[in-house]
Design a binder for this molecule. Sequence first.
Ligand SMILES: *[C@@H]1O[C@H](CO)[C@@H](O)[C@H](O)[C@H]1NC(C)=O
Ligand SMILES: *[C@@H]1O[C@H](CO)[C@@H](O)[C@H](O)[C@H]1NC(C)=O
Ligand SMILES: *[C@@H]1O[C@H](CO)[C@@H](O)[C@H](O)[C@H]1NC(C)=O
Length: 355
Amino acid sequence: MTNMGGYVSISRISSIIFRMVLKVWAYSGLVLVFCFLLYYMYGGIFAFMLLFFSITGILYQVQDMLLYSPELPSHSRVYVPIPTMFGLPYESVHTKGSDGVEIHMYFIHQPLERQRHAPTILFLHGNAGNMGHRLQNCVGLFHNLHCNILLVEYRGYGLSEGSPCEEGLYIDAKTGLDYLYSRNDINHSEIIIFGRSLGGAVAIDLARREDYASKIWCLVVENTFTSIPDMAKVLLGWRVLEYFPLVFYKNKFLSYLKVKQLRIPSLFISGLNDTMVPPRMMADLHHRSGSIRKQLLQIPGGTHNDTWQMQGYYHSLAVFLQNCRVQNTIDKQKTACFPETSTSTDHIWGTVHVI
Ligand SMILES: *[C@@H]1O[C@H](CO)[C@@H](O)[C@H](O)[C@H]1NC(C)=O
Ligand SMILES: *[C@@H]1O[C@H](CO)[C@@H](O)[C@H](O)[C@H]1NC(C)=O
Ligand SMILES: *[C@@H]1O[C@H](CO)[C@@H](O)[C@H](O)[C@H]1NC(C)=O
């Protein structure tokens, strides 16, 4: 019996152990499968997230390279044509902005007697090359409008220090305007902010700021876009971009929102043959502008880069400035004598002109 019993108990014990091992094995198997699944899922998600962040991170940084082209044409960072090559008298200015970045500017000026009375254009150029590549255009402005011109070189362009970024370009525009106010040999009442293409977005940002708008006589923008996300949609043609949140864009330049804050007289010059920035964007900016004194000037045949070479360009600019001057005089008289009367120049504002 004892033997039998011993045998029975041994077989029972072994079967219990066997069942326990089975159970533990099953459980440990389950735990292993669970661990494996956990690793597989979360490891996969982790790897995926790593990949996602690195790709978007790279794309995020690459946006700068796509938008800013200070190296095009080659040697643009070392060779900046000088105004005397075009017969324009000038001063070369190096000045530090509020964040300590030193930027380079050309102050092109009329002969001294005229310089004090003349309007002064603060010129903000497009995304490629340097300010020296805009001197041909400056010759036209100088002789047709009899104005002074401050060419501002953005950070990371030409001989300016630093590297370009959206906020940095805004600071550079402020630095330019601050510089003009540091001179007392120009007429501070007639400062024009001019921006072409990317420069238009920088100009709009400056002109909509309350603290700077009061220092600006009027704004002129040419062939500029509503925003960088809008341009990405146009250039890439990907419908999926409609659903991209704004945070994915490193550079936004949201001009279509900022124009609503404009209060100063504004001229929107649009080359109708611009194949880079769709002319409808200029019409849209004009439409959205919060200024009651705004004009859209459409120039048939004008392309993105050569609208300023079209017939009637400088004349139209001169007419716009004259209208601003007349308006100023009326405004002064109004506040002095007839605060309630309506102005006689109202009909010229808010209109679309084609030359
Ligand atoms: C400066 O511009 C204002 C506004 O157009 C004008 O009234 C004033 O006479 C100008 N000043 C000089 C010194 O020309
Ligand atoms: C206009 O200038 C841009 C750079 O600002 C350049 O990429 C483009 O090729 C130019 N277009 C023409 C038609 O010259
Ligand atoms: C402007 O575009 C129109 C229509 O696309 C075309 O017929 C015309 O030749 C272009 N003009 C110039 C100067 O390129």
